[in-house]
Design a protein around this ligand. Structure first.
Ligand code: NAD
Length: 281
């Protein structure tokens, strides 16, 4: 079986570049599909407090018989728990549900600019890392300005920023900023949530030429441009198909053709909320 290559964080730890995401998966279903993902070869799982399936992920880890050192687990602090003390408490509750002693990666889920508690929240993540409770700390849905503020006010550079990113919204500017600061880029909704993107003619033609599926081509593009990528599926055949994208390799011309699908110059492409202006309850 092929396993994902790893990328190295700015703190020296590593992350499998290809992972498996479980947003919108019920807790009992999560247990089943995460076991299937482990069987398909995934070793990196992306969950969050707000997904309501940390316990299901925890049961899948136990059922799989895999050792903690052989897997990589990410969870995220929900917006309502931002703030120093509340973050420390929410972290322990997530760990209880996951059934883990140490977490591989803890992320602030959204920046919440109006709430404006993300610097204090980041200080709590720094403390958790100091205590050895979490190996690596990072953020999700942060803008350049938000990242720069964390760096300026704490001196600790997030290891990763998990953001919406797919060929229709490829975030070239933010990726360049990340690279300049030593921050890894992680792509959420990497398949564009499975809609129009996978039906696009360009992706279809590339897939036919590579004897691959459209989803595999998109995942291979993420891997080629250096993203950490966490496609979701609850269908076992697709879970296997998505993992097998590791065997698809795209040359530079093909990568450039997919880069050309970005729609952001036209103000389009984004599926989810804009982190610069969104504050969720
Ligand atoms: P995705 O882009 O991974 O698309 C998933 C959908 O694509 C599936 O539901 C299915 O309809 C389709 N699909 C999957 N595999 C396929 C295949 N092989 N062939 C055809 N169709 C296929 O969308 P997502 O779930 O939004 O994103 C992936 C993960 O990213 C989430 O599960 C979650 O872990 C993470 N995420 C994080 C945030 C955040 O705010 N940090 C937001 C959204 C998602």
């Amino acid at each position: 079986m092929t396993f994902s290559p790893v990328l190295t964080f700015n703190d020296g730890n590593t992350i499998p570049q290809l992972g498996y995401g479980v947003w919108q998966v019920e807790d009992d279903v999560a247990e089943k599909v995460v076991v299937q993902a482990f069987e398909a070869g995934f070793r990196h799982i992306d969950t969050a407090r707000i997904y309501g399936n940390e316990a299901g992920v925890g049961r899948a880890i136990t059922r799989s018989g895999l050792l903690p050192e052989d897997i990589f687990i990410t969870t995220k602090l929900w917006n309502a728990d931002q703030g120093y003390e509340s973050t420390l408490k929410a972290f322990e509750e997530s760990m209880e549900r996951l059934g883990l002693e140490t977490l591989d990666l803890y992320l602030i889920h959204w920046m919440q600019p109006k709430q404006d508690k993300y610097v204090d929240t980041w200080k709590a993540l720094i403390e958790l890392q100091k205590q050895g409770r979490v190996k690596t700390i990072g953020v999700s849905n942060f803008t350049k300005e938000g990242l720069q503020r964390l760096i300026d006010e704490t001196g600790v550079v997030p290891a990763i920023n998990q953001i919406e990113l797919h060929p229709f919204f490829n975030q070239a500017g933010l990726r360049e900023f990340h690279a300049s600061k030593g921050i890894l880029t992680e792509a959420w909704s990497p398949l564009g949530q499975g809609g129009e993107l996978l039906e696009s003619a360009v992706i279809g033609q590339i897939a036919a030429k590579h004897n691959a599926t459209p989803a595999q081509v998109v995942i291979a593009w993420h891997l080629a441009i250096g993203n950490v990528v966490i496609p979701k599926s609850v269908t076992e055949a697709r879970i296997r198909e998505n993992h097998a994208a590791l065997d698809v390799s795209l040359d530079e011309t093909v990568v450039q053709a997919i880069n050309g699908l970005d729609n952001s110059a036209e103000g389009a492409g984004r599926i989810g909320a804009d982190p610069a202006v969104s504050d969720f309850a």
